[in-house]
Every structure is written in C-alpha cells, then in structure tokens.
Design a protein around this ligand. Structure first.
Ligand SMILES: *[C@@H]1O[C@H](CO)[C@@H](O)[C@H](O)[C@H]1NC(C)=O
Length: 220
C-alpha cells in the first residue's frame, strides 16, 4: 500500500501542474492564420484568409513606429498596440506588442490586462514599474534602459516616468492577441452608464462632492 501511494505521487503532481498551468491563447493548428478582418461575423479570434494568398506584408507593420498622442488623457502616456487589423499575421499567435510613450512624469495608471501577462523593456528614461498581487503586496522596480520587468496576467500594475525633464519609452510583449485593458480609476469613475454614486462613495469611503470632482478630473 505504502509503495503504491508513493508511486502515485509523481503523477498526482503532474496532474496538479497541468490543471494549474495558465494557457496563453489557443495554439494555432496551422503555420499561420492571417486575419481576414473583412468578415462580417464574430468568432473567438478572426477567420483566416486562404493560406495561398499569404504575403510578407501580412507579417509586418509600422503601427509602432511613431508615438501616440500623450496629451489625449491627463496621465501623460500613450500606448500603441499591434492587433489583427494592423498586423493580420498575428492572428492565433497569442501575442501582442505594445509601444508605450510617457511624458516627463507621465503615468500609465493602475490597470490590468484580463487575458495576458506582460513583459516590458525600458528603452529610454527611468521607469518606476510595479504590480499588486492578490495578497495586496506591491512589487516595484526602477527600470533603466535595457532592463525588463514582468507583470503577471490580470494583476493591477503601473508604469511611471520618474524623469521630470525627459520622456520615456518602453516596449511590451503580451501573451494574447487581445489582452484587453482596464484602467482602475477610469473604469470606476467614467464608465458608461455611470456606476451608481452610492457604490463609489462606499467603495472609496468618499463624499458626493469627491465623486463629482474625481469624475470631472478624469473627464467623465
Ligand atoms: C486595431 O487597432 C486599431 C488602432 O488602434 C483599431 O482602429 C482597430 O479597431 C483595432 N482592431 C481590432 C480588431 O481590435
């Protein structure tokens, strides 16, 4: 009996590991599945064009060649992403690349990606990055050019440009072709339709005036 339970242990461990492993997007069943973004129906991902029509241009994009508009929000950042529209060869690969530009003291505010882990590399500037785990512990790191940091899937994280004069640049890889993003403050205070005020007041232990002021500050 004792012997049996011992020999069972490795397979139980393997089973536990398999069940516990988090998967990126489903693996492709063919070399590539170049997104046909003209199809007027929805499925999990995009349908493929005829593989015979594949061209190099389907696998390349200049979408990240220029910074986005860092003035579009009060936070001083912009994010540009590859997706199946600008890089159709990415379809089913379980990948996204992001270009993140930050103004001096610009912040990518607390946010999460429900479908992807993210690894970021600081290209320029000095970036304070961090995430909060589910025990509410905060891991932070100051990144210099060439240094990388991982944000585990789904966890709330931020990137902050410590430079008061210079802008910062980072590039991230994400483990989904559609990572999704929710900025905590924006989601709570500028959702459409609006979150009931009582919910915000009680959640943050603030007054009606506080709710109004924060909404206005966030452009909601
Ligand atoms: C890809 O990104 C562009 C630019 O942000 C956007 O217009 C387009 O709708 C996106 N495509 C998909 C499939 O999300």
């Amino acid at each position: 009996m004792k012997k049996t339970s011992h020999s069972l242990l490795p397979s139980l461990l393997t089973l536990a590991l398999l069940l516990g492993s988090t998967k990126a997007d489903p693996h492709p069943l063919q070399d590539y599945c170049i997104a046909d973004t003209s199809k007027p129906f929805y499925l999990n991902g995009a349908p493929c064009i005829d593989p015979k029509l594949a061209a190099s241009s389907h696998f390349t994009t200049a979408a990240l060649s220029k910074p986005g508009n860092t003035k579009a929000t009060p936070f001083g950042f912009s994010v540009k992403l590859t997706n199946v529209t600008n890089l159709p060869g990415l379809n089913t690969m379980g990948l996204t690349m992001a270009r993140i530009d930050l103004d001096p003291n610009g912040l990518v505010p607390l946010h999460s990606h429900p479908r992807a882990s993210e690894v970021t590399i600081c290209i320029k500037g000095s970036l304070l990055v961090g995430f909060i785990d589910t025990s509410n512990y905060v891991f932070t790191q100051l990144l210099r050019p060439g240094e990388s940091f991982v944000f585990p899937r789904g966890l709330i994280h931020f990137l902050y440009n410590m430079e008061t004069m210079g802008s910062a640049l980072a590039v991230s890889g994400l483990s989904s072709q559609n990572p999704g993003a929710q900025i905590a403050a924006v989601a709570a205070f500028t959702s459409k339709p609006s979150m009931p005020e009582e919910v915000l007041k009680k959640s943050f232990q603030i007054s009606n005036q506080d709710v109004t002021r924060i909404r206005r500050n966030l452009g909601g």
